[in-house]
Design a protein around this ligand. Sequence first.
Ligand SMILES: [Zn+2]
Length: 280
Amino acid sequence: MATARIGRYQVDIFSDGIFKLDGGQMFGVVPKVFWQKHKTPDEQNRISMDMSCLLIRDTDGHVVVVETGAGPKLTPRQREIWGIERPPALLDELKTRGVRPDEVSLVVNTHLHFDHSGGNTYRDGERVVAAFPRASYVFQRLEWADAMAPNERTRASYLPDDFGPLEAAGRLELVDDAVELLPGLRLDRIQGHTRGTQTVRITGGGETLFFSSDFMPDRHHLPLPWISAFDLYPLDTLEAKRAILARAVDERWLVAFTHDVPRFGRLTQRDGRLQYDEVD
Ligand SMILES: [Zn+2]
């Protein structure tokens, strides 16, 4: 299932495209003999992943885009390193669903790494401008602070043109910890992948839909110790997964991931391990 109705919301999930990262980095302390059974690496040891985005529309005319993929500004060298072969699909996917960029009212990034925020802006001659000219861009304040002042460990993941120009354009909306962005649509800061990573949770009509973030980027990261080496706070990731996954099973949440195939599914506990089943 790629479209869900949650109370007053229609939620679509689609992919901006495929990119590739080193499989060892993605699976942290898990040995390759285990993870390569689930994800086959290429000759450079990279695994392919979707960059999933959400389109959330409600009955009052709010249009929310969550994640903007890798965007149109990468250099040929960056596209080669990250294995991006096709143009970014975000704007085409929105167009297919009848949404123009100037109709988007809110843009949410779970965090500001290049594969989540690249489509926030585009190059217009010498300038870098907002891709969604009327939208407020909603980030956690801590994520904004860390992205604007990266250190030697974090610098490679943040590309300043993806978010910096939004401040001068007056389009920033920084939030702290847990907020209800629209009725029944919550953002929660979960320290793990970064300090300022946020998840999206939508509740209504007896259903809850949860969009993770990179502390749980796909179904292969459901086992508690399968934690990416990119995570800056891996033990916080561990505890967040423990708490969130238990609730997701108990309350039968619809779950979608940042870097899995763009589908909604449910989690069940079977034979002592968590299984993810896509919903038709
Ligand atoms: Zn990512």
